[in-house]
Ligand binder design. Structure first.
Ligand code: NAD
Length: 503
C-alpha cells in the first residue's frame, strides 16, 4: 500500500512542511506513512482563513445550499467507504471488521442525517404579548469560527460530529484531530474540498495539544470551541477559553455502568455486555466498563462472559475474521497495564484474562480482562481505564444498583438490562448520565442529543440540541405598524411637551 502523507489543509490547499513524523501501525509496527506537523503560524493562518471564509462566502450560503453541499459530500464518501475503513483500521489498530461494519457506516449515515434533516430552522417568529402589535423574529445565528478538537479513539466519527453540524449551522471550522490518528479526518477534509466547499470553510491542522492547542483555544478570532477528549484537558480548555468569553462544548470522559438484573434475557445480555466493553477494545468514552450485576446471577453471568472472551479470535486486526484489535498508542497500553496492576494491589482479583497467542509481533495488544472483587473505592472502579478491562461489582436491590451506578464523578452513559421495561425506565430515569440504553449499548443516533452529566461534559452533540449548540440567538423586535407605547415612551425621557409639538 502507498505510504500516507498527512498534513494541514488550509484554504483548501494541502500543506506539507519539514516537521515530518512517522505513522506506525499499532497492530504490527509497520510504517503506514508520514505526518507533517503544523506550527503556530499554520494555526493562525487556518483561523484567518476560516474567518475570511465566514464573512466572505459562507454567510451568503442559505441553509438549503449548505445541505446540498453536505449531500454531495455524503455521496462522495459513500462511494469510497472501503478506503475510509482501511485508513481507520490501519491508523488506530482497531479491527477492519469493526471499522467496515460500524465506524464508517455510522459516520456516513450521520452525514446523511444532517444533510437531509428538517427540524433545524435558521429562525422562528414570535409575538410579544407585552407589546401588542409588534412582531419578533428569533434568529439562530452561527458563531463564526469554531475550533473543533477531537480525540484519538474514534477518529472518523469524531471528525464528522465535530464538523458537519457546525457547518450546517453556518459556522466555519478549524479541525484538529489527534496527532495519533489523523488519517480519516485528513481524508474527510480532502473530500470536502473535492465536493466543492468554498476555500477556508473547513481547515485542518495537525499537531499535539501541547504545541498548538493553546492557539486554537485562545485566538481571539475563534468564537466557539467544540472539544471531545479527556476531562483533564476539558477543564484546561474551559479555563483558557474563558479569557475570550468563548462558547465551549465539552464532551469528556466516562466510566459507564451496565446494570444487569436477574430478569434479563441472559443470552442477549451476555452479548450486550461483551459488546459494551470490548468494542474497539474498550477505547470508547461510553464503554460499559463497570458491570453492576444482581448477585443472584453473578456467578453464572461471569462464567458466560468468560466463554464469550474465550471465543474471541486474536490475530491480525486487518483480517476480516479477527475480533481483537490493538491498543492505539503505547502510552495507552502502559496506562492500562499500570491501572490493572494498581487494581489488583487495591484488592480486586483477575477473574479471567485471555491469553493472546496469534497477535502480530510488535503490535500493541492487551488481553480482554475481567476484574472481580471490585469495590467502589478502588481506582479501577472510579477512573477511566480506556481499555478491554471490565470491573465487576454485585448488588441486591434496585435502589442499591442505582446508588452504585451514580457513585462516580462521571455521567456520560449507562445501560440497563432487564425484561421489565417499566423497571428499566424507572432505573434509567434515575441514572445521572446523558444517554441510557435499555437492553442495548453504544448505538449512537444522529437524531439523539448526547453528552455528559457531571464531569463528563457540558453541552450536547448531535440531535437538534447538538445543532443548536452551534448557534447563538439574535432577536429582531419589529415595530412596523405603530403601537401604544410609541406615545408613552417619549414622555418618559422628555417631559416637556413643547419639544414634541415643535418636532
Ligand atoms: P485528550 O484530552 O488527551 O486529547 C483530546 C484532544 O485534545 C487531542 O486532539 C489533543 O491533541 C487535544 N489537546 C490536548 N491538550 C490540549 C490543550 N491544552 N489545548 C487544546 N487541545 C488540547 O484525550 P484523548 O486521550 O485524545 O482521548 C481520550 C479521551 O476522550 C477519553 O477520556 C474519552 O473518554 C474521551 N472521549 C469522550 C467522548 C465523548 O463523546 N464524551 C468521545 C470520545 C472520547
Amino acid at each position: 500500500m502507498e505510504l500516507l502523507k498527512i498534513g494541514a489543509i488550509i484554504d483548501n490547499e494541502p500543506l506539507l512542511n519539514d516537521h515530518r513524523e512517522e505513522i506506525l501501525s499499532p497492530a504490527d509496527g509497520h510504517l503506514v506513512g508520514h505526518l507533517y506537523k503544523s506550527n503556530i503560524e499554520d494555526v493562525k493562518h487556518a483561523i484567518d482563513s476560516a474567518e475570511s471564509a465566514f464573512y466572505g462566502t459562507w454567510q451568503s450560503f442559505t441553509l438549503r445550499e449548505r445541505k446540498k453541499l453536505l449531500l454531495r459530500l455524503y455521496e462522495r464518501i459513500l462511494s469510497k467507504t472501503d478506503t475510509y475503513a482501511r485508513l481507520e483500521a490501519e491508523n488506530t489498530g482497531r479491527t477492519i471488521r469493526q471499522s467496515t461494519l460500524m465506524d464508517v457506516p455510522v459516520a456516513v449515515d450521520h452525514i446523511h442525517y444532517f444533510a437531509t434533516e428538517g427540524q433545524f430552522k435558521s429562525k422562528r417568529r414570535i409575538t410579544h404579548p407585552d407589546y401588542p402589535g409588534t412582531k419578533g423574529e428569533v434568529q439562530y445565528a452561527p458563531y463564526g469560527v469554531v475550533a473543533a478538537i477531537a480525540p484519538w479513539n474514534v477518529p472518523f466519527l469524531m471528525a464528522v460530529w465535530k464538523t458537519i453540524p457546525a457547518l450546517l449551522a453556518g459556522n466555519t471550522v478549524v479541525l484538529k484531530p489527534s496527532l495519533h490518528t489523523p488519517a480519516t479526518a485528513y481524508e474527510l477534509v480532502k473530500d470536502m474540498v473535492e465536493s466543492g466547499f468554498p476555500r477556508g470553510v473547513v481547515n485542518l491542522v495537525i499537531g499535539s495539544g501541547r504545541e498548538i492547542g493553546d492557539e486554537l483555544v485562545s485566538n481571539r478570532k475563534v468564537r466557539m470551541v467544540s472539544f471531545t477528549g479527556s476531562t483533564k484537558t476539558g477543564k484546561e480548555i474551559m479555563k483558557t477559553s474563558a479569557s475570550g468569553v468563548r462558547k465551549v462544548v465539552l464532551e469528556l470522559g466516562g466510566k459507564s455502568p451496565t446494570i444487569v438484573f436477574d430478569d434479563c434475557d441472559l443470552k442477549k445480555t451476555v452479548n450486550g455486555v461483551l459488546f459494551s466493553i470490548f468494542l474497539h477494545m474498550g477505547q470508547i468514552c461510553e464503554a460499559g466498563s463497570r458491570l453492576i450485576i444482581q448477585n443472584s446471577i453473578k456467578d453464572k453471568f461471569l462464567s458466560l462472559l468468560r466463554r464469550g472472551i474465550e471465543a474471541m479470535k486474536d490475530g491480525n486486526p486487518m483480517d476480516m475474521e479477527t475480533d481483537i484489535g490493538a491498543i492505539t498508542t503505547s502510552d495507552q497500553l502502559s496506562k492500562i497495564r499500570s491501572m490493572v496492576e494498581r487494581g489488583t494491589q487495591e484488592g480486586s482479583k483477575i477473574y479471567y484474562s485471555k491469553k493472546l497467542r496469534n497477535v502480530p509481533e510488535n503490535g500493541l495488544f492487551y488481553p480482554p480482562t475481567i476484574l472481580d472483587n471490585v469495590s467502589t473505592n478502588m481506582s479501577v472502579y472510579r477512573e477511566e481505564i480506556f481499555g478491554p478491562v471490565l470491573s465487576v461489582i454485585g448488588f441486591n436491590t434496585e435502589r442499591e444498583a442505582i446508588e452504585i451506578a451514580n457513585d462516580t464523578r462521571y455521567g456520560l452513559a449507562a445501560s440497563v438490562w432487564t425484561r421489565n421495561t417499566a423497571k428499566a425506565r424507572r432505573v434509567g430515569s434515575r441514572i445521572e448520565a446523558g444517554t441510557i440504553w435499555i437492553n442495548q449499548h453504544h448505538l449512537p443516533s444522529a437524531a439523539a442529543p448526547r453528552g455528559g452529566f457531571k464531569d463528563s461534559g457540558v453541552g450536547r452533540e448531535l440531535g437538534l440540541e447538538g445543532l443548536m449548540e452551534y448557534t447563538q440567538t439574535r432577536h429582531l423586535f419589529i415595530n412596523d405598524r405603530g403601537i401604544e407605547f410609541d406615545d408613552i415612551a417619549p414622555a418618559l425621557v422628555v417631559s416637556n411637551q413643547e419639544f414634541f409639538e415643535d418636532l
